[in-house]
Each structure stands twice: as C-alpha cells, then as structure tokens.
Design a protein around this ligand. Sequence first.
Ligand code: NAD
Length: 328
Amino acid sequence: MIVLVVGGAGYIGSHAVRGLVQAGHDVWVLDNLSQGHAASVPAGRLVRGELADRGALETALRDHKVDAVMHFAAFASVPESVADPAKYYQNNLVGTLNLLDAMRATGVGRIVFSSTAAVYGVPEVVPIPEDAPKQPINPYGFTKLAMEHALADYARAYGLGYAVLRYFNACGASSDATIGEDHTPETHLIPIILQVALGQRESLSVFGTDYPTPDGTCIRDYIHVEDLADAHIRVLDRIEPGRGLTYNVGTGVGASVREVVDAARRVTGHPIPVVAHPRRAGDPPSLVASSQAIRRDLEWSPRYNAIEEIVASAWKWHKSHPHGYGTP
Ligand SMILES: NC(=O)c1ccc[n+]([C@@H]2O[C@H](COP(=O)([O-])OP(=O)(O)OC[C@H]3O[C@@H](n4cnc5c(N)ncnc54)[C@H](O)[C@@H]3O)[C@@H](O)[C@H]2O)c1
C-alpha cells in the first residue's frame, strides 16, 4: 500500500514508518517538524507540510497516489492543553478535520488515528476495556474523543474506513537505537529519569506518593514503541470501507513510578535521586489497558513486557544520543 504518515517525523510516527517500510509498504511522511525530526525519516520521503494547509494535504495525497493515511500529528501535553486549549482544539481537532476532508476530496478512504488512554479520564474499572465510559478530564483528551466521534460519523455518512488506536504510555526506542524519543520540553517519565542518569537533571520529581496503589505512586501501562508500530501495521490490513475498529494498545500490566525508577537504577547503575512532591491535579492513580480485544482480533501481542527491558531499550537510545537528534 502507499501510505502517507502524517506526523511521521515524530516519536511514534517514525517507528511506524520504519515498521511500514519493513513490511513492504511505500511510505511518505508529511510533517511540519514543529516537534518532529527530519533525521528520523527515510531519505527523500519527507514532505514538509502543515495540517492547516488543505491544499498541501490534497497535493500530497494526490501526487503520491496514497491508499491509506496514518495520522500521528497532534499536540499531546495535558498541562499545556489546560493552559492553552485553543492551540489544542485548533491543531488536533480542526487540523484533523482538514485532513479528513482532504481525504474525501481526493478519494482516500482509509485512516489509522492515534488516540489515547486520556479519553477514559479517571477509569472506574482497571484494566480498562474499550467500552468503558469516555469521560476525559482535560482538553487534550476531549480533542481526541471529538475526533473519534468525527471518524464514526464520516464512516457512516461517507464510507470512510478507520481504525482508532488508544495508546497508553509509549516508551522505548528502536531495537538498533537509531531512532527514539526526543521531545522538547520532555514530559514523559522514562526519558526524564534517564536524563537524571545522564547527569542532565539532578533528581526526579515524583508527584504523589500517597495514591491507593501498593507503593503509593501512580501506575501506568508502558507500551514499547515498536509494539505500537506493529499494532498499526496489523490493523491497516483490517480496515474496511464504512467501518471502524477501536483498540486499546497496552501490555495489560501496569508499573508504578517507583518500579520504573528501580528498573532504571538497575539498568543504568545510577542511584537516580527522587524528590517527593504532592499529587498533581488530574493524575488518575492507575491507567492500565485491557488489551484482550487487539490480542484476539489482530493476533497482536507485545514483544516487550518487562519494564526493565523497556527501560533498557530507552537507555540504549538515550546513552548513544544524549542530546536526541540535535547537538548539545
Ligand atoms: N507519546 C505517548 O505516550 C502518546 C500516548 C497516547 C497518544 N499519543 C498520540 O500519538 C501521537 C504521536 O505522539 P508522539 O509522542 O509521537 O508525538 P510527537 O510530537 O513526537 O509527534 C507528532 C508529530 O506531528 C507533527 N505535527 C504536529 N502538528 C502538526 C501539524 N499541524 N502539521 C504537520 N505536522 C504536525 C510534529 O512535528 C511531530 O513530528 C499524537 O497524536 C499523540 O496525541 C501519544
């Protein structure tokens, strides 16, 4: 298939691009490089373009005779979405509608959309099944949920075929450590811990040590970025016109902040000093995916299950790229 990966110069998108190429697809990337890195895209495959530019989207879809779109482009910081919701509704929601309309105009009928565990808000049941109530607690989660609704409506009315993948906490790097996570500012736990191990931060701030969890810290489901990429490639073949597929993508097993820190201490040999802070508003105690549906339907299963393996994968990238894709 000819696949346009929108946001394919970003962290998860670049791993999906690599997986698609390895699976034999013909891949193009459209990205404005606001967060992405040209160095993570195969040579000659990057179209510098903007979701807001409907003409550029249509040109890319038409010129490359695209069969399917994978859409990773979005802003994804929860606190920033609370401080500046307009930025999020504009880019994530208006930008995605623009993409869907460009697809309609050019007759491209298949899309895989990056959604998030944030659509569940504070879950009533953990592990969280796909049919759990959708009650986001921040604008970021609302933008993603709104797009899930738009996709369903476009499928019914216009015959769009789509897959929604709700990721839990993406982490790790490619197994050869040539592409990995490089966000500015960094907000994700594992890279921040590894910045402490690299001497780039003095300590790790842990927000909340009195949650109703076994060690008092928050529990999350850490899913390796190559396992996420694999889920995209498997679901692409299953998309049918006028039909939607929705899956959680997580391991089904959670790790607490303390467990991640302990794993990083073992992997890096660094003591990783920790400073405890009060809870932050809006952090659910535990977010773990039920991944039964994707395991059953797509015969997908994560290759990385142990938190230590995941941290080791991230460490290999961060140690060999202490300044990410850039220079110090
Ligand atoms: N990282 C996670 O743990 C996680 C969890 C759940 C969901 N997600 C979702 O997965 C997707 C990818 O996340 P990521 O961590 O790889 O983020 P990322 O910021 O690394 O990648 C997003 C890419 O989209 C590009 N982009 C953003 N706005 C654009 C625009 N208007 N036009 C063109 N390109 C644009 C950026 O330059 C970047 O390369 C996002 O939609 C995010 O909401 C991520």
